[in-house]
Each structure stands twice: as C-alpha cells, then as structure tokens.
Design a protein around this ligand. Structure first.
Ligand code: HCA
Ligand code: CU
Length: 473
C-alpha cells in the first residue's frame, strides 16, 4: 500500500503501518569530497592512507564454493547457473566454484559455468595437490585458487605435512597452473594460527615464482580487526603480488575484518551471498557492500548493480531454504524503517540525519512507522499531507495525542491511523469537534466504528437470502 513500484513485494515486510518518505535531499553519498565529508563526520574513512584499498578492490564471490559448504546448501546445475548469472549481472569481478575434483557433477557444472561467457572471471578452488590441479586446468576456468593448511593444527591433525613439503608442492602446483596461462592464487588455511615466519617465507617464495595473488584465510573466524591489519600490512611489505583475504564470521567480525584488510592493503575480498559457508559462514556480500558504500558511495555504485542485491539474496535464501535475517544490512526487514518521533522528524527534514545508506540507491524505499506510542506529530503531519487533509499544527498535535493514547493499548496499523485522522478531520470540518475535546473525539470514533461494522445478519452464518451458510465439520 505504501510501497513504490520499484520495491519488490515478494519478501517485503508488511509495511502497512508506515509512511513512505520521499526523495533524499541529504548530503550523504558524496565521494571524494573528503574534507566536506570529514566536516560532517569527523570519523569518516580517511582513504588518503597510502596503503588503503577501500576505494580499489575486487570481490571474489564464493557462494558457489564456500557457500556450497553451508550445511543447508545443495545447488543443482540450474541453480548454480542462475546464481552465477545473477552475480555476474551484479558485477562481482570473480566467481569461485567448488573444486572439480570434489565430484563428477562438480566438474561438469564447473565446465558449464565456464562456457556461459560471463564477464566475471571464473575460478575454481583446489587443494594444493597436482591431481586436483590437473583436473582444474582442464575445465576452462580463468584461474585456480590453491589452498593448504599451514597452522600447527592442520599440519598435525589434517594433512600431516611439514613446511618443506608444503613449499615444494606449492611451487610445483603454481608452476603447473601458470604454464597453462591462467591465474593462480596461493593461500594458507588457518593463517591467523600459523607461525608468522613460516607464513611470510612461503608467501615470499610463491611471490617470487609469479603467483598472481596470495591469500590469507581466517578459517576459524578467530581474528580481530587489529590482528587482520597487522598481518595484511606485514604481508604487504613482503610480497609484490595482490593479496586476497577470506574471513569466517564465527565471532561476527567478518565485515569489519574485511574492511580493515582493505585499509591495510589487501586487494581482493572473498564473500558469499548472505555469508553462507562452513558453520556461520564468511563475509556476506551485502554487508560488505553496505560497509564499502558507506565509505565511498560513488565508487561502489559505479562498480556494482546495487538494486540487484535484494534479488540475489532472495535467490540464494530460497535455494538454501533460509530467510534473509531481519537485521541484514540493506535488505533486512526494517533496514530503512524509522520509528521514534525524534528520528521521524529529522528524517522528514533530511534522511541523511539518520541514514548512512540511501535506500533508493538499492532500489528500496524508506518508511516512517507512525502507529505507535513513540510517534511524533511531525511524522503524523506527513501522513496528513499524504491523505490531503487540511489541519493546523495544533490540530495535528491533538490528533497525535489520540494516536499515542490508542497505541498505548495496542500498535495501530496504518489503516487505524488513517481512520483516526479522517474522523478527526471531518469532526473539525463539520464543527462537531474542537481541539482538546478528547471525549468528543472518542464519541466520533465510536460512531464511525459502529457505522462501519458489518450488519449482524451477515455475520451469523446467514447469507443475504436468510438461508444458513454451510460450514465445514
Ligand atoms: C575451508 C577452506 C577455506 C579456504 C580459504 C581460502 C578456509 O573450507 O576450510 O582458500 O582462502 O576457510 O580456510 O575456505
Ligand atoms: Cu572458508
């Protein structure tokens, strides 16, 4: 009822008790005007920092690899293709696919996706093993992401290999993939619990033989932003190739860690739609985009088709049978809904007062919720204007007092609010009501309710002919 046409209704919450608010006239969203931005927000990102890639990064979208490791995920070929096409249309730079060595179907699907002719580069993700590499390079991918565990946990309890063996195999696999003329990345699983000297020395070795990227992985989600900054920054001083980072979200740090990695000089961030992956997954695409948009809206808008985000999230949510979380950045149930009267007033004057993301940039709509006890007369006034009723500010304040009184008993739907306003308006116009006469207002509301109740004979299981309506046993 209050939605504009550009707001898909499929997963839109019931916004019937809310007022939609018009165009933004705020200033949020100016890109490079760093000083103006800084003036308005002294803590705004200072991406003048020479290491920072907050305004120069690529996304490696791993819904079809890490996302397949989400407990609920099973992607058949058509679903994989639909997701790959949607991600490509959104504009991610890379799409990472499950290893073709995982299963015959995985290999065939990988080949099929390579043949789609997408703009995004297609990668596959393999263990650091020649057998896997041989299969991977035959699929038609643009690059191979190679990974091996370097932490003592993985060396002891998983593959059981020492650093000398890991280094030797890494060199062999990287040289082989490079010889096929495609990209290759080398990553260490569980990097944050690996020995720093081991890590830096293997990264240095693979950098020297010409790997395109080295990857850091917070496989267990244990890292905090400061640790991420330190490790990426140290690595930045040791290798000349690109740096990718893969961050699990076990402690809810994945977006913050990704942002910090960019500040420290990382160039590529791994994401998945809704963050799906092992356990609670990794950096979510939508949340990362929200965070980077807040830093530089123009850059992010120029790279990605932001209004597609909602559709992609719905597609993946449906495929893995989950719902989009209510507190999701951008697409969450109430991401652009404002409630408290004080907020509503400021939002109506300038949405940037309480919004760091502009809903219209994501093809979405802003709402002000008014049928509750925290409401304020400014928000009610905006509804009065939408209904084209003519009331003075004093009259609107009076009507607002009644809305609050009613909302103290139960939340009022938009329809309820509209009724209060219409009855108030007609009372004023007819002269039956004066400002401050709450008792008379109650009487008019009751009269309105009584007159709009269905006639009794229609509610007693009888139809208009007086015959009984059959009911099911
Ligand atoms: C895993 C592996 C990985 C690999 C990350 C990468 C991880 O599923 O355990 O290749 O950078 O989290 O370490 O996803
Ligand atoms: Cu992972």
């Amino acid at each position: 009822m209050c939605q504009t046409e550009n707001t898909p209704s499929s997963s839109t919450p019931n916004k019937q008790d809310m007022v939609e608010v018009g165009q933004v006239n705020g200033t949020n969203g100016r890109p490079a005007a760093a000083s103006a931005n800084q003036q308005r927000n002294p803590y705004a990102p200072r991406y003048a920092d020479f290491l920072s890639n907050v305004c120069n990064f690529k996304i490696i979208e791993s819904t079809l690899r890490e996302g397949e490791q989400f407990a609920n995920a099973f992607f058949d070929r058509p679903t994989k293709i639909a997701i790959a096409k949607a991600l490509d249309a959104f504009g991610v730079e890379y799409i990472e696919l499950t290893s073709p060595a995982a299963s015959e179907q995985s290999r065939l699907d990988c080949e099929a996706i390579c043949k789609l002719g997408l703009k995004a580069k297609i990668l596959t993700h393999i263990r650091c093993h020649m057998d896997d590499a041989r299969i991977a390079v035959e699929t038609g991918v643009d690059g191979v992401d190679v990974v091996i565990g370097t932490s003592s946990f993985l060396r002891e309890f998983s593959h059981g290999k020492d650093m000398a063996y890991i280094t030797k195999t890494a060199i062999e696999v990287i040289n082989f993939v490079k010889s096929k003329g495609i990209e290759v990345r080398f990553s260490s699983e569980d990097s944050f619990r690996s020995d720093l000297v081991d890590l830096l020395s293997i990264y240095q070795t693979v950098d020297k033989i010409g790997v395109n990227r080295v990857g850091i992985a917070d496989t267990v989600g244990c890292a905090n932003p400061r640790q991420v900054y330190d490790l990426v920054r140290t690595l930045r001083g040791v290798v000349s190739c690109d740096i990718e980072i893969h961050l699990h979200n076990d402690t809810g740090m994945a977006i913050a860690n990704a942002y910090t990695a960019l500040e420290a000089g990382a160039t590529h961030i791994d994401t998945s739609v809704l963050g799906i992956g092992e356990r609670v997954g990794i950096t979510p695409l939508g949340g990362l985009v929200a965070c980077l948009y807040a830093a530089n809206p123009e850059y992010v808008k120029s790279k990605y088709n932001l209004p597609m985000l909602r559709e992609i999230e719905n597609l993946v949510a449906e495929a893995v049978e989950v719902s989009v979380p209510f507190m999701n950045p951008i697409t969450g149930y109430c991401a652009f809904t404002h409630k408290a009267g004080i907020h509503a007033k400021a939002i109506l004057n300038n949405p940037s007062t309480y919004e760091i993301l502009k809903p219209e940039d994501f093809g979405l709509t802003r709402y002000v919720s008014i049928g509750h006890r925290l409401t304020g007369w400014n928000a009610v006034k905006s509804r009065v204007e939408q209904l084209q009723l003519v009331l003075t500010d004093d009259q609107i304040k009076d009507a607002t007092a009644k809305i609050k009184e009613l909302a103290d008993v139960r939340t009022q739907s938009m329809e309820d609010v509209d009724t209060v306003l219409r009855v108030y308006h007609s009372g004023i116009v007819s002269g039956e009501l004066e400002v401050g006469d709450s008792h008379q207002f109650d009487k008019l509301l009751k009269k309105h309710r009584d007159s709009s109740l269905p006639r009794p004979e229609l509610t007693n299981g009888a139809n208009t002919n007086g015959t009984a309506t059959p009911t099911r046993a």
